[in-house]
Design a protein around this ligand. Structure first.
Ligand SMILES: [Zn+2]
Ligand SMILES: [Zn+2]
Length: 352
């Protein structure tokens, strides 16, 4: 086949605040250093909701959302050689960074001022095809079918970076007791990694969400409760995945002296003021932004060795709005994953 697709189906955002619309885009072609992927799975992330709801400024419009893309390479652009045709590749949120600024040169490309993000400034994976800069793509571990690999690419990577950021918290500096606020896609992966590392996990869900609490316990959390509850003992570290600013003082209050609280989301409602005493005692409060390629390589090596298993609920591409609403309601167990052309979906494993 040539270097292009025929026109292809997408779910398109015309403007923030509107539902996505089924639309066909004209043929896609990989440019220099790019690969063209036939998308086989694209996970749905809370960040997609923030983009669609207009909580993140200046998205490309119209926009194809989606930044947890697994696909098969169908064509490579000039100079692109990392992936062979037919090979699987994963496309994450960080789609491009400048490589020249202070942050990039220091290995902190996640903070690059000129960085461009998939499904935000670059068209993403709510589509039958996607184009990506191959330098920012990942090989997909053989263990995972496409749908189960997709959530690793943001929920997994950002979760992993958040866990690294939290891992020195607490009196002994090793975060043995880890609190997780918001038990969605990232939390269900991080819990497995944290348990594998011998940490004790305390899961905080929406108050009264018994299903999420059961899910957390099944995955190895030793305690699960509402985010309005206190854990049975102080935490050494906490990761906040829920976009709720009021959880920041709550998590600090639940954390021991020397503890670390990590805000892992890209957007949060305002953080209410709180007395200095809840931060005092060398508690640390920090955020985690985006990912680096190094995070991705490390995590994707680690995940199959644990092995992390992802639980997914699949939706046809045309049902993207339903998947987003389910995520908004907290009705997704694990991760929601869009499957374009589900009649063509095949189990995982390399096809090349
Ligand atoms: Zn840069
Ligand atoms: Zn994401």
């Amino acid at each position: 086949m040539g270097g292009t697709t025929a026109g292809y189906r997408t779910m398109l955002l015309d403007a923030p605040g509107r539902p996505l619309r089924e639309a066909e885009l004209p043929a896609a072609e990989p440019g220099p250093g790019q690969i063209l992927l036939r998308v086989t799975a694209c996970a749905v992330c809370r960040t997609d909701l923030h983009v669609i709801d207009g909580e993140l400024p200046d998205p490309k419009l119209p926009l194809v959302p989606g930044h947890e893309i697994v696909g098969a390479v169908v064509e490579t652009g000039p100079g692109a050689g990392r992936f062979a045709r037919g090979e699987r590749a994963g496309v994450p949120w960080l789609g491009w960074s400048c490589g020249a600024c202070e942050f990039c040169r220091a290995g902190r490309e996640n903070l690059c001022d000129r960085a461009r993000f998939t499904g935000y400034q670059i068209d993403g994976g709510y589509a039958e095809y996607a184009v990506a800069d191959e330098r920012f793509c990942f090989a997909i571990p053989d263990l995972y079918p496409d749908t189960e690999a997709a959530p690793l690419l943001c929920a997994g990577l950002i979760g992993y970076r958040s866990l690294l950021a939290a891992s020195a918290g607490g009196p002994a500096g090793e975060a043995r007791r880890l609190g997780i606020y918001g038990f969605g896609a990232a939390a269900h992966i991080v819990t497995q990694v944290a348990r594998h590392q011998g940490r004790r996990v305390f899961a905080f869900t929406r108050p009264g969400d018994a299903a999420a609490q059961r899910f957390a316990l099944q995955l190895g959390a030793e305690w699960a409760g509402g985010s309005d509850a206190s854990p049975p003992e102080p935490l050494d570290a906490a990761i906040i995945f829920a976009p709720v600013g009021a959880l920041v003082p709550a998590a600090l209050r639940a954390t021991a002296k020397g503890g670390t609280v990590v805000c892992a989301g890209i957007h949060m409602s305002d953080v209410p003021s709180f007395p200095y005493a809840v931060l005092w005692g060398e508690r640390e409060l920090r955020s985690v932004a985006n990912l680096t390629r190094k995070d991705g390589e490390e995590f994707l090596r680690l995940a199959p060795r644990i092995p992390v298993r992802t639980e997914v609920q699949t939706y046809p591409l045309a049902s993207a709005n339903d998947a987003l609403e389910a995520l908004r309601r907290g009705a997704v167990r694990g991760a929601a994953v869009l499957v374009p052309g589900s009649h063509e979906a095949r189990p995982g494993g390399r096809s090349g």
